[in-house]
Structures are given as C-alpha cells and as structure tokens.
Design a protein around this ligand. Sequence first.
Ligand code: FE2
Length: 411
Amino acid sequence: MLLQQLYLNNEKTMSDLRIEDGKIVEIAQSIAPREGETVERFGGKLALPPFIESHVHLDACLTVGDPAFNLSGTLFEGISLWSRRKEKLTKQDVRERVLRAAQMLCRNGVQYVRTHVDVTDPKLTAMEALLELRQELRDRIEIQIVAFPQEGILSYPNGKQLMTDAVAMGADAVGAIPHFEFTREYSVESLNFAVALAEKYGRLVDVHCDEIDDEASRGLETLAARAYESGLKSRVTASHTTAMHSYNNAYVVRLMRLLTMSEINFVSNPLVNTHLQGRMDTYPKRRGVTRVKELTEAGLNVSFGHDDIRDPWYPMGTGSMRDVVFLGLHVCQMMGYEEIQNSYRFICDNAARTLCLPEGSYGLRPGNEANLVILDAKDWYDALSLNAPVLRSIRKGAVIARTTPARYETL
Ligand code: FE2
C-alpha cells in the first residue's frame, strides 16, 4: 500500500509512505507506485503515529447516572458512587461497556491505552474482565492494565493481598492512591509497598498521586524518592499531581531537583481535574491542574489522559484525545504557536514514553509497524483548532477506522 502526499509528524513538507506486510518500509518525498499496488493520495493531510490514552478508567466507563449523578462534582462523591456501582459489577457488564468505549477510542485514532482497574473488590471482577479484553482487543488497541486500589491499600480490607493477586494475575503496572489513605503514615507505606511490589514482579508503577487541592499532600516527593532509589526511574509515573498546583513555589523549586533526578513521568488529566478540583474553594477557585508548563520546560516527560468517559467522576467524554489537549493548552496557558504545534506530543511521543513502549515500536519510521492516523488537516494547529476528524486509523497496515468528513451548506 502506498500513501501519498502526507505531512508526516507535523513536518512542513509532504512525503509518501509505503507499507508492506504490516510495516513501514519506505518514506520519501515521492515514491513511484508499483504495478498493482494500492495507492491513496491525500493531497496534503497530517499523519501522526496513533494517539495514546495514557490514563483512563475503562472499568467504570459509561456508568454515569448509575446509581446516581455526582452532584457535588467532587472526587470523593465519585468514589462513593462507584463503590455502590461496584457491587453490581459482572464480567458481562464490564465487557459490554469496555467494548463500546473501545469503539469510541478506535474511531478517534487511539491505538494504545493505559487503563487503571479498581482492585478494591474482593472478587476482582473488573480485573478478570480487562485481562480477557486486553487479549481480545490487541489487534485494535494495545491495553496496559494498572492494578489500581481505588479505596486504598492500607485503608481497605485485605488491600495488600488484593494488589498482589491482581499483579500476579497479569497487571502490567502497580498503582496506589496515597491521598486517599487514612493517614500520612499509610500514604507513605502504600507507596513503599507499591514500588516493592513492582520491583518483585518486574512491573511498571503508575500512582494516582496527590489528586487533591491540599497543599500538604506530599505523596509525590515520596514516590519520586523511591523511583530514584530503586532505579525504577522512568518506569514510574505520577498521575494527576494536582496538589502541586497549590504547593508554594519555594517547595516546588526544591522538589524539581528530585523530580529531575528521578526521571519519572507525569500524566495530567485536564478535563477531569478542572471539573473535580477547587470544589472546596469559594472565589478565586483554583484550576487544579498540575504544573504542565513548568514540568515540560524542566525537561520532564508529561502526557495527557482523558481519565474518565461518562462515569461517576466525569459526566461527559467521547474518547477524543483532541478534546483533552484542547482544554489542557487553555488551562495550562500553553497557547504560543510552537506550544500549540508541538502539543500532539502529549498524546503521542510523550505518552509513548509514559507507557514505556519498546524502542522502535512506535513512530513513523521505516522498519516500524505501520501504525498511524491521518487527520483532515494540514498540520496539528489546524487539526486541534478545527477539531479535524481522523480520516484513517491504520494498524499494522490495516485500516481499522475510517471517517468521512461532514459536508456543511450555508443556505
Ligand atoms: Fe484516574
């Protein structure tokens, strides 16, 4: 298959790209078609490696309103509603919802997903379902599973054992939720436990870290120190870190040294945290999103996640990573021209680093798997601002999703 006239990787000149046996075999300014070869000419459209959803909760997706809508809009009401919904979980229920969400993600050009799966459930129902779906969906979406203790490791009955069981069953990463543990001591112990478990089983770490407006929530420094000392470093991710929004600057300057040494990744979820955070404020209300601009400028790796798709924490969402980046740039005040043009990296290259995708497996380069998306725009600036549809999502050389752009008439 020969794809012609594409702006690859948001570059300013067009290239052609040849795919054979599911791999990219050639990229050049102009490639002549071979006899009988399928040729598609795009006339100047943007092609990127596939979008990566680096933080979502597929086990809870599409449950909004059941058993009730979250009226306070807080994380804590969300956790309490989910705790009630969790009692009704069956594998079939999880399967049906995840398959619907997978369709949504697929048509939005997402081919890699890191999902947190709640393991504070004595039956580990969602974990079992997601492990099966990881296998079943692998030709369309590569799924990484985080064993996520939604109600705490030390603060939930048998929490350590449930975490260990989930990891032994095949979770790819170990989670934690230090800001939800009963005490500061539990919070520190939960992080020590999570890092030790990851070391023992050779897994990644992704912690819901300080998702609270409390400037005294300091799980991040503990996580970064353990990442540094254990040598796990870039295999560790701190998700949310919204308390960092409220830390005093003197503390952040000191913290930055450790963060840089630790080489950990950050995932920010701007859609959900602008909605959940600042709920105890009157006015002015804090935005509640971590310091994406400062972390990026310091050379730390930051990716963006959707976090929730129509669930007890967030009532909206279509699985579009464009919406995440669009709001993220606004709320983080990253609207300079170059910042906008480069922002696809939050859901592409940076997210690939967060997921620790193996070298050579991701990116538009000869020799790599032919995984890419083609957007109805000439560059990322236009794609983002005009909400351009994903014309094609191609995985291992096969078109797995196709969109025909809407035609508008003004009468
Ligand atoms: Fe989350």
